[in-house]
Design a protein around this ligand. Structure first.
Ligand SMILES: C[S@@+](CC[C@H](N)C(=O)[O-])C[C@H]1O[C@@H](n2cnc3c(N)ncnc32)[C@H](O)[C@@H]1O
Length: 453
């Protein structure tokens, strides 16, 4: 069997000696004037626990660029998928190809081409490789909860953020502004999922003394701090892993709150189905998180194939809500309007970071900022008693192509200063992974969008 390896003619001359040096068994084909992306043999990847998928050839560097060690090791060893070099570190490419031919026993057919046509269809085809991409669920907050446990336990909660710069606060007033007024009667059971140090759960217990409030959290250190810091009689902290079903009766939770924690659910679809089953028919779910749109937008073209780990997929949550008869209303993030550059790509350049910071400051100054789903976090309210506004915000069939096209397509609606920084970010990301002209063309064809570059 042959692995077809398509290489732009301009890169061919440099790649060939590396392929020879790596002693990769190969044959050569005559250069083609055009390569139709619709003809490529692809793999079909679905992302564990969300309604997101991509059909893609082994397009280098995208398939190898993000989350590398975790998923790509087995992936570039798969047989029956065409390879496409779009520009990047040629040595890494040759090494990966050598590993591939050794693992599969296939021989490489090197096919130079001049230009691309068409695009990659997203409908799965019979017989092609289908891989479910696993999700990593390490608790990245754990280290700092453990490190600061003593200090936090000995410090009054109102000084936590100042003393330890922890990502925590009492957001009960926001819950009471946006969620509680939409309940037809005072809540009897309130749950804070991923309650961290317990500040918000305690605030809710004080605001609703007639209700039973439960803070559910995985980290023992965070639970210890919460229990040492708050003693409201109607408040209980319990150990719980968000990825497991809630230990509550169906339809029994009147107010469910989760702040920046549901990104940790290893299967968002399963968690969402369980949460909406446990929510009372008149209940409301206050769900604040960073959304995938923001990563997809700022990290393009890195995001061409991989979604990142720390995001929720609005489609998944709104879809699960709808199945149980709840509407979804998406609002701008209320906890912080910052773009929080540090929470995006870790290799982001200083220039882009500074640009995003400036952007963030200007966005905060706007009186009534229009909701721009690509910017950063969002607040999703799920209830029968909110008006659904998801139609214009969701991105279609769940394929990476639709999602990216949707996100990039929103860019022209954004203020100029956001567009400017986004373009810079896209160009710098492209340069970092060494995308040449053909690579840029691939991005435009894949997303059908001309905003980037
Ligand atoms: C960003 S913090 C937010 C904490 C709190 N909601 C707040 O706003 O202050 C995320 C929290 O989720 C917790 N967490 C992480 N993985 C979890 C899991 N699988 N189940 C439950 N909680 C988890 C972390 O320990 C951390 O306390």
């Amino acid at each position: 069997m042959l692995t077809k390896v398509y290489i732009p003619v301009d890169d061919y001359v440099e790649l060939l000696p590396l392929i020879l040096k790596a002693r990769i068994p190969h044959c050569k084909s005559r250069p083609r004037p055009e390569l139709d992306l619709g003809d490529l043999r692809c793999m079909f990847l679905t992302f564990q626990g969300v309604d997101a998928y991509v059909r893609t050839p082994f397009a280098f560097p995208f398939v190898l660029s993000l989350l590398r060690g975790e998923f790509c090791q087995p992936m570039h060893r798969l047989g029956g998928v065409d390879w496409l070099f779009l520009g990047s570190d040629k040595k890494v490419f040759a090494a990966a190809l050598a590993e591939h031919v050794e693992a599969t026993g296939e021989e490489a057919e090197l096919i130079p081409f001049r230009q691309l046509t068409g695009t990659v269809p997203q409908e799965p085809r019979e017989g092609e490789y289908h891989l479910i991409v696993p999700r990593k669920t390490t608790n990245y907050n754990e280290k700092s909860w453990v490190r600061n446990k003593r200090l936090l336990s000995d410090t009054p909660p109102e000084e936590w953020a100042r003393k330890t710069a922890e990502n925590t606060g009492n957001f009960a007033h926001l819950v009471d502004r946006f969620a509680t007024p939409r309940l037809p009667r005072p809540p009897r059971t309130i749950v804070d999922l991923g309650s961290g140090l317990g500040y918000t759960a305690a605030g809710l217990a004080r605001l609703h003394p007639e209700a039973q409030v439960f803070g559910l959290e995985l980290s023992d250190a965070a639970l210890d701090v919460a229990r040492a810091s708050f003693d409201e009689p109607n408040l209980t902290f319990l150990k719980h892993d968000i990825s497991n079903p809630l230990d509550f009766e169906e339809g029994s939770i009147d107010l469910l709150v989760s702040i920046n924690a549901l990104v940790y659910a290893c299967d968002q679809k399963r968690s969402a189905a369980d949460i909406f089953a446990k929510l009372s028919p008149d209940g409301i779910f206050f769900n604040h998180n960073r959304t995938g749109y923001a990563h997809d937008f700022w990290e393009f073209p890195y995001s061409l194939i991989w979604p990142l780990i720390f995001q929720i997929y609005p489609e998944t949550w709104a879809g699960a809500a709808r199945e149980r008869g709840f509407n979804t209303r998406m609002l701008p993030a209320q906890l912080s309007r910052r773009l929080t550059p540090w929470s995006f790509m870790h290799g982001m350049s200083q220039g882009t970071m500074r640009g995003m910071e400036r952007c963030s400051l200007r966005y905060q100054e706007e009186e009534n900022p229009e909701y721009l789903p690509c910017l950063t976090h969002s607040l999703m309210l799920h209830s029968r008693h909110v008006e659904d506004n998801m139609d214009g915000l969701l991105s279609g069939d769940g394929s990476r192509r639709e999602t990216l096209a949707h996100c990039l397509g929103l860019a022209p609606k954004m203020p100029d200063y956001v567009q400017e920084v986004a373009l810079r970010s896209h160009r710098e990301n492209a340069r970092e992974i060494g995308l040449g002209d053909v690579g840029m063309d691939y991005c435009r064809r894949f997303t059908g969008c001309r905003f980037a570059f």
